[in-house]
Design a protein around this ligand. Structure first.
Ligand SMILES: [Zn+2]
Ligand SMILES: [Zn+2]
Length: 309
């Protein structure tokens, strides 16, 4: 199952010791990437001899939910090049040239760029989420020094979150971090990132297992138009993309195309119907669970992929 579990994120690293050093990257596996950035430094011995560099890095947040690697790379590039990215209009750019001195390396600026990029219609359609692993950074994001209001859809969909037990560095003397402090911060951060990543992957696997079993049952009926299809058939025309409900106690399923039409019709009040080709999401017709369209699509494509094998 693991091979179908897709996860792409952009991550933001801050040096534990040199708080003005940052790094932006993208990866399908953030805990592994964090280990690579830190090398084996956190495993005892070698760590003590290399105190001078930017290691260890702390992964302070990730932006996740990218449907594929290419789009994660586009976000990464735009975030690294906020002074020239086409995803932020010229007049809205906080900084307009590359050599802007300390302003361009400032954490407030980097966090403001996240807000600006998330507001762009291209990224907004993807229901991206932001997960913070350090509560001090959450506070800075909320302070919103550059006054960029985030599209309300992120709050409505509960997409901006901070990990439970997120690190807080207030109990450390950041000017005088001991080797033990560095090691402790680094270990805790690694656990937070792993926990978030593993939970997401696990959830995908459990859902896919349930959906696959369901689809392989034989004859299925669309819950909206009542047409029948069959994923065990050789006939591809009997295997349309199927949408499932994410609530595990609900057995609703329908064709993706039927659910798409229904959700778009329900969104009319919010957005101009003629402009909406892809809905943001909607409520399950059977149990009323709120379903994100990107999630529906992700699982239905994975299932289609499995059925081809
Ligand atoms: Zn249908
Ligand atoms: Zn449901």
């Amino acid at each position: 199952m693991g091979e179908f579990a897709q996860f792409y994120c952009c991550y933001f690293l801050q040096s534990v010791e040199h708080r003005q050093s940052f790094y932006i990257g993208s990866s399908p596996n953030p805990p592994r990437r964090l280990r690579q950035h830190n090398g084996d430094l956190v495993k005892g011995g070698a760590y003590r001899t290399k105190r001078s560099g930017t290691r260890p890095w702390e992964m302070i947040l990730i932006v996740y939910g990218f449907p594929n690697k290419i789009i994660a790379l586009q976000f990464e590039h735009a975030w690294q090049h906020g002074y020239k990215t086409r995803f932020i209009k010229g007049e809205e750019r906080i900084i307009n040239k590359k050599n802007s001195g300390s302003a361009g390396r400032n954490i407030h600026y980097k966090l403001a760029l996240i807000r600006q990029l998330l507001n762009h219609p291209f990224f907004k359609a993807m229901n991206l989420g932001v997960q913070f692993f350090n509560s001090n950074v959450t506070t800075l994001f909320e302070q919103n020094k550059f006054g960029i209001s985030l599209d309300p859809c992120y709050e409505n969909w509960n997409k901006i979150n901070t990990s439970e037990n997120a690190l807080s560095l207030s109990r450390y003397d950041l000017k005088r971090l001991t080797v033990d402090d560095l090691s402790e911060i680094s270990e805790q951060n690694k656990d937070l990132v792993s926990h978030f990543y593993n939970s997401s992957i696990k959830l995908d696997e459990l859902r896919m297992k349930r959906y696959t079993e369901r689809a392989m049952d034989g004859v299925l009926t669309c819950g909206l138009c009542f047409i029948m299809y069959n994923y065990t058939s050789e006939d591809e025309s009997l295997k349309p993309l199927i949408a499932f409900c994410t609530n595990e106690d609900c057995d609703f399923l329908s064709e993706v195309s039927c659910l798409c039409r229904k959700f778009i019709a329900e969104e009319v009040d919010e957005r101009d119907k003629n402009l909406v080709l892809i809905p943001r999401g909607g409520h399950c017709p059977k149990c009323n669970t709120l379903l994100e369209w990107t999630t529906v699509i992700k699982y239905s494509s994975m299932l289609k992929e499995i059925s081809r094998k």
